[in-house]
Design a protein around this ligand. Structure first.
Ligand SMILES: [Zn+2]
Length: 293
C-alpha cells in the first residue's frame, strides 16, 4: 500500500497533468489582450540589465524545496514558488518552506484547493465539484485567496505577493456571467500570472493583474535560451511556469540537466538578465521612474 504522502503526491501529479492540458487549450482558445497599465517612461531594468526573467514553480511539490530552491540559491538566483495550501507538499513541510522564503524566494499564492473551471462534461474529473470555479462567486474566490494569503503570511511574514492562476483559468462564475480575475486580483495581490501566451511582457505596458507567461515544462535549454534572448533583445520580461524538475518529481517536468544548464546560463548572464521573483519585478515596474503608482 502506498503511504498517504505518496498517494497525495500521485493525486497532485494527476491533477497537474490535467491542469497543464487545460492551460494549452485555454491558451489556444483565448485571444490575447486585456487592459494594459502604463509604466512611467523612461523605463530601465535595474543595474543596467537589459531584460528580466521570472522562474515560477507550481503546486508546492517536495522537489521544489529539496533541490530546486537550493540549486537556484547556489547560483545566486531567486524564484517564485506558487503554493497550493492544501497540497501535502506544503501542509506537511511548512518549516522547510519558511526556510525557502527566508532565502529570498517568493511564496506565491496558488489557492487553497486548486479550483478550476468544469464548464464541459467530463472536464477535470479529478477535481471535486465543490471546487468548480464555474460555481464560485467573486466573494468566495476572494475569501479563499485571502485565507491562503494569511497562511502564507504566517509562514513568510510578507504582506505582498503574486497569484499564480490554477489551470490557467482567469474567470470565476458561470460562463455567461463570469467575472474576470483581473477585477479581483488587485484587491489582494501586487499582480498575477495571466494567460499562457508564450510571449514576453513589455514592462512599459504590463497588465499587472494578468501577466502573460510561458511554460518551461518539457523544454530544452536551447529552446529556453532562444526565448529568453529574444525577450532580452526587446528589453522585455519572460515569465515562466514550471512544475517538476527531473523525471519522477512531477508528471510535468523539465529535464534536470536542461534545468541545470538554464540556471547556469542565467547565473552567468546576471549582468544582462535580471532573474527575480515576480513580486520583485512588479515592485520595480511600479517605481521604475521614481513615480510610485
Ligand atoms: Zn497548479
Amino acid at each position: 500500500m502506498m503511504p498517504d504522502l505518496e498517494i497525495a503526491r500521485f493525486e497532485s501529479w494527476k491533477r497537474s497533468v490535467v491542469a497543464a492540458l487545460l492551460c494549452v487549450s485555454v491558451a489556444v482558445a483565448m485571444a490575447p489582450g486585456a487592459s494594459e497599465q502604463s509604466v512611467p517612461e523612461p523605463f530601465h531594468w535595474p543595474a543596467g540589465q537589459r531584460g528580466a526573467v521570472t522562474l515560477s514553480y507550481d503546486d508546492a511539490i517536495v522537489a521544489h524545496f529539496e533541490s530546486v530552491a537550493l540549486q537556484l540559491e547556489r547560483a545566486g538566483l531567486r524564484a517564485t514558488f506558487y503554493i497550493q495550501i492544501d497540497n501535502p507538499g506544503f501542509r506537511l513541510h511548512t518549516d522547510v518552506w519558511r526556510k525557502v522564503a527566508r532565502a529570498g524566494h517568493e511564496l506565491g499564492n496558488h489557492s487553497l484547493f486548486h479550483p478550476c473551471r468544469k464548464d464541459r462534461p467530463g472536464e477535470h474529473t479529478w477535481l471535486s465539484d465543490d471546487y468548480n470555479l464555474s460555481h464560485y462567486t467573486p466573494d468566495r474566490w476572494l475569501g479563499e485567496m485571502r485565507i491562503a494569503n494569511l497562511v502564507l503570511q504566517l509562514i513568510d511574514g510578507q504582506t505582498e505577493r503574486t497569484f499564480g492562476n490554477t489551470c490557467c483559468n482567469n474567470h470565476v462564475g458561470p460562463i455567461d456571467r463570469r467575472t474576470s480575475l483581473e477585477e479581483l486580483v488587485p484587491k489582494l495581490f501586487v499582480g498575477a500570472r495571466g494567460e499562457y501566451v508564450s510571449r514576453p511582457i513589455d514592462p512599459t505596458k504590463a497588465n499587472f493583474a494578468a501577466l502573460g507567461h510561458y511554460s518551461g515544462d518539457s523544454k530544452s535549454f536551447e529552446q529556453l535560451r532562444g526565448e529568453i534572448e529574444a525577450a532580452v533583445r526587446e528589453g522585455k520580461w519572460a515569465f515562466y511556469m514550471f512544475h517538476g524538475v527531473g523525471e519522477g518529481t512531477h508528471s510535468l517536468y523539465i529535464d534536470a540537466e536542461e534545468h541545470r544548464r538554464l540556471v547556469e546560463y542565467l547565473s552567468a548572464n546576471k549582468d544582462r538578465i535580471w532573474t527575480a521573483p515576480a513580486v520583485e519585478v512588479l515592485r520595480h515596474l511600479k517605481t521604475s521612474a521614481g513615480q510610485p503608482r
